[in-house]
Design a protein around this ligand. Structure first.
Ligand code: PMT
Length: 223
């Protein structure tokens, strides 16, 4: 068997959280550690791909053989991904992108005042959705982090964002989700695939997921 099925192919992966600034010392973010996305990048590189990893702020070592682009906010991530989208064969969005950011970024540290405070939030761009709208030949893979109706909500996102695959994790499972070394996912495809995977280390799972997708897409990847 071909041990480098992605040789000559460009794979773009996002990982980690985004940080949305409130003022020079504070931000809004989430608990993504980047482990899932870094594992996907390592797997893509080991399968021979030219791998671009667009990473939010995480505390992980850079994987060998991968080009890492460090970003902070959802807007930065969107710009970096767009710059590499056109000639990518596969794009995998493992990042936990902030859906909202503070409407105003204070240029000075906000002072403490008496009583409660409110921070107004506005929507960020849905990166995956706009990639779905711009899609030409790319195989577009999303993740869905759900706390209920995981597979149904996942299929909804697959369709509404024009994806080829979505990897659904029920983040209430003790072996799954944010910060864990393992994950439990179901892989859904546009063509109707519905494949659940046992709990497994993210590094192992990443390779199995990519190999499954490569097998399904062998025609599109090797024409
Ligand atoms: O980083 P770890 O600690 O290893 O945890 C892994 C993980 C749980 C973060 C990962 O497995 C995961 O599920 N990532 C996606 C998290 C998420 O934001 O899911 P979502 O259902 O909110 O978003 C759906 C998809 O749209 C995702 O592919 C996301 O990258 C994308 N999105 C969301 C919002 C936005 N503004 N732009 C996007 O592109």
């Amino acid at each position: 068997p071909n041990e480098r099925p992605l040789a000559g192919k460009k794979v773009v992966i996002t990982a980690g959280p985004t940080r949305e600034r409130i003022d020079p010392v504070r931000y809004v973010s989430n608990f993504s550690s980047g482990k899932m996305g870094y594992a996907m990048a390592e797997a893509a590189a080991s399968l021979g791909a030219t791998t671009i990893l667009v990473s939010g702020p995480v505390g992980l070592d850079k994987p060998a053989g991968v080009t890492v682009i460090d970003v902070e906010s959802a807007a930065d991530m969107y710009a970096a991904v767009r710059a590499h989208y056109k000639d990518a064969s596969i794009v995998i969005k493992s990042a936990a992108v902030a859906d909202y950011r503070p409407k105003e970024i204070h240029t000075q540290k906000m002072k403490k005042k008496d009583g409660d405070s409110v921070i107004e939030l506005e929507r960020t761009t849905d990166i995956l959705k706009s990639l779905g709208e711009m899609k030409t030949e790319q195989i577009l893979v999303g993740f869905a982090a759900e706390t209920e109706h995981a597979v149904d909500y996942g299929r909804g996102k697959l369709e509404s964002k024009n994806l080829d695959y979505i990897i659904v994790n029920d983040v209430t499972d003790p072996d799954a989700g944010f910060g864990k070394d393992t994950n439990v996912v179901t892989l859904l495809s546009r063509k109707g695939m519905h494949q659940p995977f046992e709990a497994m280390p993210k590094k192992e799972l990443a390779k199995v997921l990519l190999e499954t997708i490569i097998k399904e897409e062998s025609d599109r990847l090797h024409d």
